[in-house]
Ligand binder design. Structure first.
Ligand SMILES: NC(=O)c1ccc[n+]([C@@H]2O[C@H](COP(=O)([O-])OP(=O)(O)OC[C@H]3O[C@@H](n4cnc5c(N)ncnc54)[C@H](O)[C@@H]3O)[C@@H](O)[C@H]2O)c1
Length: 339
């Protein structure tokens, strides 16, 4: 299978490229990435050059809003895994415009390109599959006091942040292109990811690297907000399962069954690093901060046979702490550039 991945130089994308190259020896990957602030070609540099060069991987620098380039690359592939996005809620609160341009218009540009390419595809080749990788944040939030309530594929779309609204817009476009044009589009809505190569503005790498630098960690509000944490490789495995065994037009909720409050998360990281709670710096809450996300992943389990196997805490979190400890050459330049 020739896969076009968008946003492959980001956190989840770069993990997905490595995962597929390792798990599917017949697959080839083309990575279309604009290299925004969160896209880092270094994440996959070893695949491009030297002894570790991998002939099954190709990098193309470009924008998903470039319709001509998107059409050319989709014409060459059998499947698209669409991960390119503006992905940070706090940035969307500062300026929502890039989120609409990339997440909404960029997705529409890719879907149009897919539609053009499908017209020329020989019937016996089967349709190209388009996996639209989205987030559980499109469902809004859940109350803290009803632990049995979780997001499912039937939960209404009700985003709260500009980021979530732009992803919800892209989900709706993806579903509409399936309904209107019969394209084989599949949507995934995943909970919060953690693991290696996550840009150090997101809470887990931010906290680990701040602590390594001798700084405090900024904890929003009362720290009671809950997220359902999933290891990035479990997410990659689920996306591959949806690509290989999912159904056209179907939505799949992916989660770790691993709900933690931000306060609990902070204590876990402090414990893993042998530090105390004097390093916690309470800060004003994020505007419109969603209280709780939780996923009911019954559909991916029952239909695709997927369950998370790498997300259990504390081991998975300890491994993540160890990765950032062992790779300061990866995150230090990113933090220095941001400062
Ligand atoms: N991180 C999470 O916890 C999480 C959870 C669920 C879903 N998701 C979704 O997964 C996807 C990947 O998230 P991530 O955390 O890896 O994000 P990221 O910010 O680390 O990476 C995004 C990548 O997209 C690229 N990109 C941005 N705009 C582009 C454009 N116009 N054209 C081409 N490339 C562009 C960037 O250069 C970067 O490499 C996103 O769609 C996000 O909404 C993320």
């Amino acid at each position: 299978m020739n896969i076009l991945i968008t946003g492959g130089c980001g956190f989840i994308g770069s993990n997905f490229v490595r995962f597929v190259l390792r798990e599917r020896p017949d697959a080839t990957l083309t990575n279309l990435d604009k290299l925004t602030y969160s896209g880092n070609r270094e994440n996959l540099r070893d695949l491009e050059a030297g002894d570790t060069r991998n002939e099954r991987y190709r990098f193309v620098e470009g924008d998903i809003n470039d319709a001509e380039l998107a059409t050319q690359l989709i014409a060459e592939c059998d499947a698209v895994v669409h991960m390119a996005a503006e992905s940070h809620v706090d940035r969307s609160i500062q300026d929502a415009r890039p989120f609409v341009v990339t997440n909404v218009l960029g997705t529409q540009t890719l879907l149009d390109a897919l539609q053009r390419c499908e017209k020329d595809r020989p019937r016996d080749a089967g349709p190209r599959v388009f996996v639209h990788v989205s987030t559980d944040e499109v469902f809004g939030d859940l109350p803290l006091d009803q632990p049995d309530l979780k997001f499912t594929e039937d939960t209404p779309i009700a985003p709260n942040s500009p980021y979530a609204a732009s992803k919800a817009g892209s989900d709706l476009l993806a579903a509409a292109y399936h309904h209107t044009f019969g394209l084989d589009v599949r949507i995934t809505n995943c909970s919060n990811n953690f693991g290696p190569y996550q840009y150090p503005e997101k809470v887990i790498p931010l906290f680990i690297t701040n602590l390594m630098e001798g700084k405090t960690v900024p904890l929003y509000g009362d720290g009671k907000n809950v997220r359902d944490w999933l290891h990035v490789e479990d997410h990659c495995e689920a996306v591959l399962a949806v690509l290989e065994r999912g159904k056209a037009g179907r939505r799949y909720c992916i989660g770790g069954n691993n709900e933690r409050s931000n306060l609990e998360l902070t204590h876990q990281i402090l414990d893993a690093m042998g530090l105390g709670e004097d390093r916690i710096q309470p800060v004003a809450d994020r505007l419109g901060h969603d209280r709780r996300y939780a996923i009911d992943a019954t559909r991916v389990r029952d239909e695709l046979g997927w369950t998370p196997s790498r997300s259990a805490w504390p081991a998975a979190l300890d491994d993540t702490v160890a990765w950032y400890r062992q790779n300061p050459q990866w995150w230090q330049p990113l933090k220095a550039a941001k400062a």
